[in-house]
Design a protein around this ligand. Structure first.
Ligand code: OAD
Length: 256
Protein backbone atom coordinates (compact mmCIF):
# COMPACT_ATOMS: atom_id res chain seq x y z
CA UNK A 1 0.00 0.00 0.00
CA UNK A 2 1.33 3.45 -0.80
CA UNK A 3 -0.12 6.92 -0.25
CA UNK A 4 -2.43 7.72 -3.15
CA UNK A 5 -1.57 11.44 -3.22
CA UNK A 6 -4.99 12.00 -4.73
CA UNK A 7 -7.26 11.45 -1.77
CA UNK A 8 -10.65 12.93 -2.44
CA UNK A 9 -11.39 14.94 0.67
CA UNK A 10 -15.05 15.28 1.58
CA UNK A 11 -16.27 13.94 -1.77
CA UNK A 12 -19.67 12.77 -0.54
CA UNK A 13 -21.08 12.31 -4.05
CA UNK A 14 -18.22 10.00 -5.07
CA UNK A 15 -18.57 7.91 -1.93
CA UNK A 16 -22.31 7.60 -2.43
CA UNK A 17 -21.86 6.53 -6.04
CA UNK A 18 -19.34 3.80 -5.19
CA UNK A 19 -21.59 2.49 -2.41
CA UNK A 20 -24.67 2.47 -4.59
CA UNK A 21 -22.91 0.51 -7.31
CA UNK A 22 -21.01 -1.92 -5.09
CA UNK A 23 -21.71 -5.63 -5.28
CA UNK A 24 -19.88 -6.42 -2.09
CA UNK A 25 -19.34 -4.06 0.83
CA UNK A 26 -17.28 -4.49 3.98
CA UNK A 27 -17.29 -1.98 6.83
CA UNK A 28 -14.84 -1.53 9.72
CA UNK A 29 -16.14 0.45 12.67
CA UNK A 30 -14.50 1.80 15.80
CA UNK A 31 -15.47 3.69 18.92
CA UNK A 32 -16.23 6.89 16.97
CA UNK A 33 -19.44 5.48 15.56
CA UNK A 34 -20.84 5.04 19.08
CA UNK A 35 -19.71 8.47 20.31
CA UNK A 36 -23.01 10.02 19.26
CA UNK A 37 -24.79 7.40 21.37
CA UNK A 38 -22.98 8.83 24.40
CA UNK A 39 -20.23 6.21 24.67
CA UNK A 40 -16.75 7.68 25.13
CA UNK A 41 -14.04 6.80 22.62
CA UNK A 42 -10.57 5.64 23.72
CA UNK A 43 -8.42 8.33 22.13
CA UNK A 44 -9.03 11.99 21.38
CA UNK A 45 -11.07 14.46 23.45
CA UNK A 46 -12.93 12.74 26.31
CA UNK A 47 -11.31 9.39 25.43
CA UNK A 48 -10.81 6.74 28.13
CA UNK A 49 -7.08 6.52 27.52
CA UNK A 50 -6.62 10.20 28.41
CA UNK A 51 -7.33 9.42 32.06
CA UNK A 52 -6.50 5.73 32.37
CA UNK A 53 -3.61 3.55 31.30
CA UNK A 54 -4.63 0.57 29.13
CA UNK A 55 -2.13 -1.61 31.01
CA UNK A 56 -4.06 -0.95 34.27
CA UNK A 57 -7.47 -1.92 32.88
CA UNK A 58 -7.29 -3.90 29.67
CA UNK A 59 -4.59 -6.54 29.99
CA UNK A 60 -4.55 -10.07 31.51
CA UNK A 61 -1.84 -8.83 33.91
CA UNK A 62 -4.09 -6.01 35.17
CA UNK A 63 -6.88 -8.52 35.81
CA UNK A 64 -4.56 -10.91 37.65
CA UNK A 65 -3.32 -7.99 39.79
CA UNK A 66 -6.65 -6.38 40.61
CA UNK A 67 -9.79 -8.02 39.16
CA UNK A 68 -12.07 -5.71 41.16
CA UNK A 69 -10.52 -2.56 39.67
CA UNK A 70 -10.79 -3.95 36.15
CA UNK A 71 -14.38 -5.00 36.73
CA UNK A 72 -15.35 -1.61 38.14
CA UNK A 73 -14.25 -0.03 34.86
CA UNK A 74 -16.05 -2.63 32.75
CA UNK A 75 -19.15 -2.41 34.93
CA UNK A 76 -19.22 1.36 34.43
CA UNK A 77 -18.93 0.84 30.67
CA UNK A 78 -21.65 -1.83 30.71
CA UNK A 79 -23.98 0.55 32.50
CA UNK A 80 -23.32 3.33 29.99
CA UNK A 81 -23.91 0.98 27.08
CA UNK A 82 -27.08 -0.41 28.66
CA UNK A 83 -28.47 3.13 28.68
CA UNK A 84 -27.38 3.85 25.10
CA UNK A 85 -29.30 3.52 21.84
CA UNK A 86 -28.02 3.11 18.29
CA UNK A 87 -27.65 6.45 16.50
CA UNK A 88 -28.20 7.52 12.89
CA UNK A 89 -24.78 6.14 11.88
CA UNK A 90 -25.57 2.66 13.22
CA UNK A 91 -29.00 2.76 11.60
CA UNK A 92 -27.56 3.78 8.23
CA UNK A 93 -25.29 0.72 8.30
CA UNK A 94 -28.26 -1.50 9.14
CA UNK A 95 -30.09 -0.12 6.10
CA UNK A 96 -27.00 -0.73 4.01
CA UNK A 97 -26.90 -4.39 5.01
CA UNK A 98 -30.56 -4.73 4.08
CA UNK A 99 -29.89 -3.38 0.58
CA UNK A 100 -26.34 -4.47 -0.32
CA UNK A 101 -25.96 -7.73 -2.26
CA UNK A 102 -23.08 -8.87 0.00
CA UNK A 103 -22.30 -7.14 3.25
CA UNK A 104 -19.97 -7.72 6.22
CA UNK A 105 -19.71 -5.46 9.24
CA UNK A 106 -16.41 -5.79 11.10
CA UNK A 107 -16.33 -3.94 14.40
CA UNK A 108 -13.75 -3.27 17.09
CA UNK A 109 -16.57 -2.15 19.37
CA UNK A 110 -17.78 -4.33 22.21
CA UNK A 111 -21.01 -2.39 22.83
CA UNK A 112 -23.42 -4.48 20.74
CA UNK A 113 -25.03 -1.37 19.20
CA UNK A 114 -24.73 -2.71 15.65
CA UNK A 115 -26.84 -5.71 16.67
CA UNK A 116 -29.33 -3.38 18.35
CA UNK A 117 -29.55 -1.31 15.14
CA UNK A 118 -30.42 -4.39 13.10
CA UNK A 119 -27.17 -5.50 11.46
CA UNK A 120 -26.82 -9.27 11.32
CA UNK A 121 -23.61 -10.19 9.53
CA UNK A 122 -21.29 -8.79 12.19
CA UNK A 123 -17.76 -9.81 13.12
CA UNK A 124 -16.93 -8.59 16.63
CA UNK A 125 -13.15 -8.58 16.53
CA UNK A 126 -12.74 -7.56 20.18
CA UNK A 127 -15.63 -9.58 21.64
CA UNK A 128 -18.70 -8.27 23.45
CA UNK A 129 -19.15 -6.51 26.78
CA UNK A 130 -22.00 -8.78 27.81
CA UNK A 131 -20.05 -12.04 27.50
CA UNK A 132 -18.12 -13.19 30.57
CA UNK A 133 -15.65 -16.06 30.83
CA UNK A 134 -14.20 -18.00 33.76
CA UNK A 135 -10.43 -17.60 34.09
CA UNK A 136 -10.10 -20.87 36.07
CA UNK A 137 -9.74 -24.27 34.41
CA UNK A 138 -13.41 -24.66 33.40
CA UNK A 139 -13.28 -21.63 30.99
CA UNK A 140 -17.07 -21.49 31.19
CA UNK A 141 -18.46 -18.62 29.10
CA UNK A 142 -21.92 -17.09 29.32
CA UNK A 143 -23.95 -14.01 28.55
CA UNK A 144 -24.58 -11.90 31.65
CA UNK A 145 -26.49 -8.78 30.82
CA UNK A 146 -27.87 -8.27 34.32
CA UNK A 147 -26.00 -6.03 36.77
CA UNK A 148 -22.99 -7.89 38.14
CA UNK A 149 -22.79 -7.70 41.91
CA UNK A 150 -20.66 -8.29 43.80
CA UNK A 151 -17.58 -7.51 41.75
CA UNK A 152 -15.67 -9.40 40.53
CA UNK A 153 -18.34 -11.93 39.52
CA UNK A 154 -17.66 -15.59 40.24
CA UNK A 155 -18.22 -18.74 38.22
CA UNK A 156 -20.12 -21.74 39.64
CA UNK A 157 -16.70 -23.46 39.85
CA UNK A 158 -15.44 -20.69 42.19
CA UNK A 159 -13.11 -19.00 39.67
CA UNK A 160 -13.27 -15.32 38.76
CA UNK A 161 -15.20 -14.41 35.64
CA UNK A 162 -13.56 -11.88 33.29
CA UNK A 163 -15.06 -9.83 30.46
CA UNK A 164 -14.86 -12.02 27.33
CA UNK A 165 -13.23 -9.25 25.32
CA UNK A 166 -9.80 -9.08 23.69
CA UNK A 167 -7.24 -7.31 25.85
CA UNK A 168 -3.92 -5.80 24.86
CA UNK A 169 -1.32 -8.52 24.48
CA UNK A 170 -3.93 -11.17 23.65
CA UNK A 171 -4.44 -12.86 20.30
CA UNK A 172 -7.47 -11.94 18.23
CA UNK A 173 -10.02 -14.71 17.76
CA UNK A 174 -8.52 -16.55 14.77
CA UNK A 175 -11.77 -17.39 12.99
CA UNK A 176 -13.12 -13.82 13.33
CA UNK A 177 -9.87 -12.35 12.03
CA UNK A 178 -9.78 -14.79 9.13
CA UNK A 179 -13.36 -13.96 8.17
CA UNK A 180 -12.64 -10.24 8.45
CA UNK A 181 -9.59 -10.56 6.18
CA UNK A 182 -11.63 -12.51 3.65
CA UNK A 183 -14.39 -9.88 3.63
CA UNK A 184 -11.79 -7.10 3.20
CA UNK A 185 -10.14 -8.86 0.27
CA UNK A 186 -13.37 -9.82 -1.49
CA UNK A 187 -15.27 -6.53 -1.27
CA UNK A 188 -15.33 -3.81 -3.90
CA UNK A 189 -16.04 -1.04 -1.39
CA UNK A 190 -14.49 -0.90 2.10
CA UNK A 191 -15.88 1.69 4.49
CA UNK A 192 -13.83 2.70 7.56
CA UNK A 193 -15.94 4.49 10.19
CA UNK A 194 -14.92 6.17 13.43
CA UNK A 195 -11.65 4.39 14.11
CA UNK A 196 -8.27 5.95 14.84
CA UNK A 197 -6.81 3.10 12.76
CA UNK A 198 -3.87 2.61 15.10
CA UNK A 199 -4.67 -0.73 16.77
CA UNK A 200 -3.46 -3.78 14.86
CA UNK A 201 -4.41 -6.17 13.40
CA UNK A 202 -7.78 -4.45 12.78
CA UNK A 203 -5.93 -1.41 11.40
CA UNK A 204 -4.39 -3.51 8.63
CA UNK A 205 -7.79 -4.37 7.10
CA UNK A 206 -8.31 -1.15 5.08
CA UNK A 207 -4.87 -1.62 3.50
CA UNK A 208 -5.62 -5.25 2.68
CA UNK A 209 -8.89 -4.22 1.03
CA UNK A 210 -7.11 -1.54 -0.97
CA UNK A 211 -4.33 -3.90 -2.08
CA UNK A 212 -7.01 -6.32 -3.29
CA UNK A 213 -8.59 -3.59 -5.42
CA UNK A 214 -11.39 -2.17 -3.26
CA UNK A 215 -12.37 1.49 -3.13
CA UNK A 216 -11.73 2.62 0.43
CA UNK A 217 -13.84 5.35 2.04
CA UNK A 218 -13.00 6.75 5.46
CA UNK A 219 -15.46 8.60 7.69
CA UNK A 220 -13.89 10.25 10.74
CA UNK A 221 -14.08 13.49 12.68
CA UNK A 222 -10.36 14.00 12.13
CA UNK A 223 -7.45 12.78 10.04
CA UNK A 224 -6.01 9.36 10.90
CA UNK A 225 -2.84 7.54 9.80
CA UNK A 226 -4.99 6.00 7.05
CA UNK A 227 -6.44 9.25 5.69
CA UNK A 228 -3.63 9.79 3.17
CA UNK A 229 -4.25 6.36 1.69
CA UNK A 230 -8.05 6.32 1.47
CA UNK A 231 -9.65 6.96 -1.91
CA UNK A 232 -12.18 9.24 -0.22
CA UNK A 233 -11.72 10.69 3.27
CA UNK A 234 -14.80 12.34 4.76
CA UNK A 235 -14.34 14.53 7.84
CA UNK A 236 -17.34 14.72 10.10
CA UNK A 237 -19.63 12.70 12.32
CA UNK A 238 -20.69 9.19 11.37
CA UNK A 239 -24.25 10.04 12.40
CA UNK A 240 -24.36 12.84 9.86
CA UNK A 241 -22.21 11.51 7.01
CA UNK A 242 -23.27 7.86 6.86
CA UNK A 243 -26.94 8.68 6.17
CA UNK A 244 -25.72 10.99 3.37
CA UNK A 245 -23.49 8.48 1.62
CA UNK A 246 -25.78 5.50 2.20
CA UNK A 247 -28.77 7.50 1.04
CA UNK A 248 -31.23 5.80 3.28
CA UNK A 249 -34.73 7.10 3.52
CA UNK A 250 -35.01 9.32 6.62
CA UNK A 251 -33.57 7.39 9.57
CA UNK A 252 -36.38 7.37 12.15
CA UNK A 253 -35.86 6.36 15.75
CA UNK A 254 -36.92 2.74 16.18
CA UNK A 255 -40.39 2.43 17.76
CA UNK A 256 -39.16 0.08 20.48
P1 OAD B 1 -10.35 5.33 19.17
O1 OAD B 1 -10.86 5.97 20.40
O2 OAD B 1 -8.90 5.02 19.10
O3 OAD B 1 -10.69 6.24 17.92
C1 OAD B 1 -11.97 6.78 17.74
C2 OAD B 1 -11.94 7.57 16.44
O4 OAD B 1 -13.26 8.03 16.19
C3 OAD B 1 -11.05 8.81 16.47
O5 OAD B 1 -10.24 8.81 15.29
C4 OAD B 1 -12.03 9.98 16.45
O6 OAD B 1 -11.55 11.08 15.69
C5 OAD B 1 -13.22 9.38 15.78
N1 OAD B 1 -14.53 9.95 16.15
C6 OAD B 1 -14.97 10.37 17.36
N2 OAD B 1 -16.26 10.73 17.31
C7 OAD B 1 -16.67 10.51 16.04
C8 OAD B 1 -17.90 10.66 15.34
N3 OAD B 1 -19.01 11.09 15.96
N4 OAD B 1 -17.95 10.33 14.04
C9 OAD B 1 -16.82 9.90 13.40
N5 OAD B 1 -15.64 9.72 13.99
C10 OAD B 1 -15.56 10.02 15.29
O7 OAD B 1 -11.25 4.03 18.95
P2 OAD B 1 -10.92 2.72 18.08
O8 OAD B 1 -10.25 3.08 16.81
O9 OAD B 1 -12.17 1.94 18.03
O10 OAD B 1 -9.24 -1.86 22.14
O11 OAD B 1 -9.87 2.00 19.00
C11 OAD B 1 -9.45 0.71 18.66
C12 OAD B 1 -9.22 -0.11 19.91
O12 OAD B 1 -8.36 0.61 20.79
C13 OAD B 1 -10.47 -0.35 20.74
O13 OAD B 1 -11.22 -1.45 20.29
C14 OAD B 1 -9.91 -0.57 22.11
C15 OAD B 1 -8.93 0.58 22.12
O14 OAD B 1 -7.93 0.52 23.05
C16 OAD B 1 -9.14 -2.54 23.30
O15 OAD B 1 -9.64 -2.17 24.34
C17 OAD B 1 -8.39 -3.82 23.17
Amino acid sequence: MSATNHVRLNDVAQARDWIENARSIAVLTGAGISAESGIPTFRGPGGFWNNHRPEDLATPQAFARDPKLVWEWYDMRRQRVAAAKPNAGHRALAKLEAHAPTFTLITQNVDGLHHAAGNRNIIELHGNLWQVRCVACCRHEENRSVPLAPLPPQCACGGWMRPAVVWFGEAMPAEAMWQAGLAAEKCDVFLVCGTSAVVYPAAELPGRAMSAGARVIEVNLEATPFSDYAHVSLRGKCGELLPQIIRVPACPEPLI
